[in-house]
Ligand binder design. Structure first.
Ligand SMILES: *[C@@H]1O[C@H](CO)[C@@H](O)[C@H](O)[C@H]1NC(C)=O
Length: 500
C-alpha cells in the first residue's frame, strides 16, 4: 500500500467514495485512514471536506479532530443543524410558548457562536461554506422513520392533538443582535453562507441572517431561503419583512453573489386579493434590495413578492433622479417573482375568452364546510380553503411596468451579460436578455394555457403565444437602448412559446 502513487490512491478513493455514497451512505471512510499515513492524508481530504454537525457532541468532536492546519485545510463545507429543545407528546398539541421560544433563540445564538468560536482562528485563506438550519428532535420534519411519521400524521388527523409544523408557525428563531466578540467572534475563514429558514426546518427570522453574516468579513456568497408568509398573523409577516429590508445594508461589503428565496404563497383561491404590504405605495423590501444589489455581481431571487422598485425607483414622468442607481459590477440577474404584487394585486387575470363558469374548478370540493368543525386556530385559512384557479392571462400594464423598470436599470449595468425575469405560478411569462460575443438578444416567452387541439405548425404556435402578450412600445424602446449601450448594435428580438 505504501508504495502506491498518490494519484492511484486518489482514484481508488473516488471509487470507494462513489460506491459508498450510492449504496452504503452509512459506511464510514475513517477506518481506511488507519491503513497508512499516506492513505490517511488522502482520506482525510475526503472525510473532512464535508462536515455535518447535528448535535452538541458532534460539535465537540469537530473541535477535537480539526486541530491540525492540514486537516483544517481539507474542510470545504460545514453543515450545521442547530438542535433545539425537545418537547414531549403533550406539547405537540400546543403552539410554542414565549418561554420556549426565548430558550430556543438562545440555543440558536449560542450554537452558532460555539461553531464560530472554533472557526475564529482558522486562516483567512480558506474558502469554507457554512450551511445553517435548525430543528428540534421532536419536530415532525425531523423524523426520519416513515413509521413514526405515519403515526404522527394519524395522531394529527384531528388536528388539535398534534399540530405538526403548525406548532411553530409563529416562531421565527432569532439570532441575538448584541453578541460580544467572546460570545460570537468574527470568522475570516468562511466565504459562503446558506441559511435555510423556511420549509426544510424551523423558521428563522430573515433579519437574523444579516446579523449572522455580519460576523463573516470575507463572506462572498449568500444563499437564503426564508419565509415571507404567516397566514394567521399578517402583521408579524410585515414586521419580519420590513425588518429584513431595513437591515440588508449590514451584509458585509465583501458579498458579491446574493441568492434569496423569500417564499410567499399567493391565495389558493384566486378570488381572494393578496394583502397590500406597501408603505405609501412603495415596497420597502424591493427598494432596499435595489440599493443593496448595486454592489453585487450576481443577484438571484426566487418565489418572492417584489415590485418594479426592485430595479428603478417609482418616479413621476418628468422627475429627474438626483442619484440614479448604478450597478457597476452586476453581471447576472435572475428574478422569479410571484404572480402577485406587493400592493396586493394579481398579475394575472381571467382569459377574456373564458366564461366565469368554466373556471370555477373545485379541485378540493371536499374541503369547505367541514372546516367549521375545527377550532379556528387549526382551520385552513379562508383564502386557501378552496382551490380556485382561473387566472391565466398576464395583465399587460403590470408586466410592462416591471419590464420597463428592469430596462431602465439595465441601462445602468455596464457589465450585464444575462438577465431573466419570470413569474412563478401555473402559467409562465418571461423576459430573457443576453449579451454574447458583441450581440444582445432579447427573448420573450409566453405560455398558452387555453385548451384546444394541438397546433402542429410551430409558426402558428409562436404567433398564438405572441398574441397573449406583447410589450408596450415604450418597453421595446428602452430595451433597444440597453442593447445599443451594451454592444453598439440593435437588439435581436424573438418571441417564443414557453418551454421552447
Ligand atoms: C432559485 O431557483 C433555481 C432553479 O430552481 C435554483 O437552482 C437556485 O438554487 C435557487 N436559488 C435560490 C436562492 O433559492
Amino acid at each position: 500500500m505504501e508504495s502506491l502513487p498518490p494519484e492511484l490512491i486518489s482514484r481508488i478513493l473516488v471509487y470507494i467514495i462513489d460506491g459508498r455514497l450510492r449504496s452504503h451512505p452509512g459506511i464510514s471512510l475513517a477506518p481506511y485512514a488507519t491503513l497508512s499515513r499516506r492513505w490517511q492524508a488522502q482520506i482525510e481530504r475526503c472525510t473532512f471536506s464535508y462536515i455535518y454537525i447535528t448535535t452538541p457532541r458532534r460539535l465537540e468532536e469537530f473541535e477535537r479532530l480539526l486541530w491540525t492546519p492540514r486537516r483544517r485545510s481539507c474542510v470545504r463545507f460545514i453543515q450545521l443543524v442547530v438542535e433545539l429543545e425537545s418537547y414531549d407528546e403533550k406539547a405537540r398539541a400546543h403552539f410554542e410558548t414565549d418561554e420556549e421560544r426565548q430558550r430556543n433563540d438562545e440555543i440558536f445564538t449560542t450554537t452558532i457562536g460555539s461553531l464560530f468560536k472554533i472557526l475564529s482562528d482558522w486562516p483567512a485563506n480558506l474558502d469554507i461554506g457554512v450551511d445553517i438550519k435548525a430543528q428540534s428532535p421532536g419536530d415532525y420534519l425531523a423524523l426520519k422513520d416513515p413509521k413514526e411519521r405515519r403515526q404522527r400524521k394519524r395522531a394529527a388527523a384531528e388536528r388539535v392533538n398534534d399540530l405538526l409544523n403548525k406548532r411553530y408557525e409563529r416562531s421565527y428563531l432569532k439570532f441575538s443582535r448584541t453578541t460580544t466578540e467572546t460570545e460570537c467572534p468574527v470568522v475570516p475563514a468562511v466565504t459562503g453562507l446558506s441559511i435555510w429558514g423556511a420549509a426544510k426546518g424551523r423558521l428563522i427570522e430573515p433579519a437574523s441572517s444579516v446579523f449572522i453574516a455580519s460576523k463573516l468579513p470575507r463572506l462572498n456568497r449568500v444563499d437564503l431561503e426564508m419565509q415571507d408568509d404567516c397566514r394567521r398573523d399578517e402583521q408579524l409577516r410585515q414586521l419580519l419583512r420590513s425588518d429584513f429590508a431595513r437591515n440588508l445594508d449590514l451584509f458585509p461589503g465583501s458579498v458579491q453573489r446574493f441568492g434569496l428565496r423569500f417564499f410567499h404563497a399567493p391565495p389558493r383561491n384566486q378570488n381572494y386579493l393578496p394583502p397590500d404590504i406597501t408603505e405609501d405605495g412603495v415596497d420597502i423590501l424591493s427598494s432596499q434590495l435595489r440599493t443593496f444589489s448595486q454592489r453585487l455581481e450576481r443577484l438571484e431571487i426566487n418565489d418572492s413578492v417584489v415590485g418594479p422598485e426592485l430595479f428603478w425607483p417609482s418616479t413621476l414622468p418628468g422627475d429627474n433622479l438626483v442619484n440614479p442607481p448604478f450597478w457597476p459590477l452586476l453581471i447576472e440577474v435572475s428574478v422569479k417573482y410571484m404572480e402577485i404584487t406587493p400592493s396586493g394585486e394579481w398579475l394575472l387575470d381571467r382569459d377574456p375568452g373564458e366564461t366565469p363558469e368554466d373556471s370555477t374548478d373545485d379541485f378540493d370540493a371536499t374541503f369547505g364546510d367541514e372546516e367549521d368543525s375545527y377550532p379556528e386556530y387549526v382551520r385552513i385559512p379562508l383564502q386557501d380553503r378552496k382551490s380556485k384557479f382561473f387566472r391565466t392571462r398576464i395583465i399587460a400594464g403590470h408586466i410592462d411596468r416591471l419590464y420597463a423598470s428592469a430596462g431602465r436599470a439595465a441601462l445602468r449595468m455596464p457589465k450585464l451579460r444575462w438577465m431573466t425575469l419570470q413569474n412563478v405560478g401555473p402559467v409562465h411569462y418571461s423576459l430573457e436578455y443576453e449579451v454574447q460575443a458583441g450581440l444582445s438578444k432579447l427573448t420573450w416567452r409566453n405560455q398558452d394555457l387555453t385548451d384546444g387541439p394541438y397546433e402542429p405548425d410551430a409558426l402558428v404556435r409562436r404567433e398564438k403565444a405572441k398574441s397573449l402578450y406583447q410589450p408596450d412600445e415604450e418597453v421595446f424602446e428602452i430595451w433597444r437602448n440597453v442593447a445599443i449601450q451594451h454592444t453598439g448594435r440593435d437588439v435581436e428580438i424573438e418571441f417564443k412559446e414557453w418551454g421552447c
